[in-house]
Design a protein around this ligand. Structure first.
Ligand code: SF4
Length: 350
């Protein structure tokens, strides 16, 4: 267990966590919404520091990131716990683990002991071990992913800093709820983010995620302003966020921040508590693609489904630059991030 850096002391040994925009006030002996940040005697501790529950080598395209070192593998890690409670979460078994513990336990002491013993059940991966592994296996980047990385910020930050010193890049795959303080610390350390913009109504976020829309919009704007490479993902759920008006609002918002931001519109598959909804029809994904392009976004991609909409084309001359089939890359037709026509293609290419 490692002492956190992102918190402030409050009266009566309480603390206010400042890692994410939930800004939990946590009484002594308690944890915040995410369940992994514990107040012990008026200090905040990260119980999952060095204790990821999921580790994999993934294709970077799976994050999804399409304008970031295409065709490479990315060391991916996540812990248990989350600051959201999405009813359609695909990683609910890890993200909602602490909520389950809280429901089952009778008091804070029991919760604390179960959360600590869950963390202890995972193999230790200190930042140095991760960076050494990536160096030895020539893995060019690390993703903090699977659950929301803002909740294990100090672990991600220490790893990312060491990774940078060793020439390894860093990626946050995020729900966009980082606090401004966390985001500003990420500048120059985190190279890229994929941020979920799950819908464009406060009702959707309140009903399905127990969160708010506005902080996510602010994060996308600030991350872009800080020079972090940003791609945005929207999982399109039939009957929830698939109207023309909502898709247009999302696309217009992204285009208003920066037309170079790639927008991934991905296919929903029934999961967790949202089992009664059908998978997103291909026609709806196609509609979202056209709406995105219609608002002036230069790069719109369809994901989680087999379509022709995964390739990158030069926005100036239309040449095929990156051909993708699922998570594999078939051809890269540009050099040093430039199309043959001279157009600079936004992203991180080396
Ligand atoms: S990371 Fe967010 S959810 Fe977790 S304790 Fe801090 S403010 Fe609360």
């Amino acid at each position: 267990m490692q002492k956190a850096t992102l918190f402030r002391k409050k009266p009566n040994n309480a603390v206010r966590c400042t890692a994410c925009q939930q800004y939990c006030t946590i009484p002594e002996g308690g944890t915040g919404i995410c369940g992994v940040r514990l107040n012990q005697e008026g200090e905040l501790y990260l119980v999952v520091y060095g204790k990821p529950c999921s580790i994999n080598l993934d294709p970077v395209e799976k994050k999804p990131l399409f304008h970031f070192l295409p065709g490479t593998q990315i060391f991916s890690l996540g812990t248990f716990g989350c600051n959201f409670a999405c009813s359609f979460c695909q990683n609910w078994d890890i993200s909602q683990a602490t909520r389950e513990i809280k429901v089952q336990c009778e008091n804070a002491e029991q919760q604390k002991s179960q959360i600590l013993s869950l963390a202890d059940s995972f193999e230790e991966w200190e930042p140095k071990k991760i960076v050494d592994y990536c160096t030895m296996h020539k893995i060019p980047s690390i993703a903090y992913t699977y659950n929301e990385p803002a909740i294990f910020f100090e672990y991600a930050y220490d790893t990312a800093k060491l990774a940078h010193k060793n020439g390894i890049k860093n990626v946050f795959v995020s729900n966009g709820y980082e606090s401004e303080e966390a985001l500003k610390k990420m500048k120059g350390i985190i190279d890229a983010m994929n941020i979920d913009l799950k819908a464009f109504t406060e009702g959707f976020y309140a009903r399905n995620c127990r969160a708010k829309l506005q902080p996510v919009l602010e994060t996308i704007k600030l991350a872009n302003k800080l020079g972090i490479w940003v791609e945005v993902t929207t999982l399109i759920i039939p009957g929830e966020n698939d109207s023309d008006a909502e898709l247009k609002s999302i696309a217009e918002f992204i285009a208003g921040v920066d037309r170079n931001i790639p927008w991934h519109v991905t296919q929903f598959h029934p999961d967790f508590k949202m089992l009664e909804r059908p998978a997103t029809p291909i026609a709806t994904l196609e509609k979202a693609y056209k709406i995105g392009k219609g608002t002036g976004l230069k790069f719109v991609y369809v994901g989680n489904a087999v379509t022709e909409r995964e390739n990158t084309y030069c926005p100036k001359c239309g040449k095929l630059l990156v051909k993708r089939i699922g998570y594999s890359i078939d051809a890269i037709g540009m050099e040093n991030g430039r199309c043959g026509c001279g157009e600079k293609i936004p992203g991180i290419w080396k």
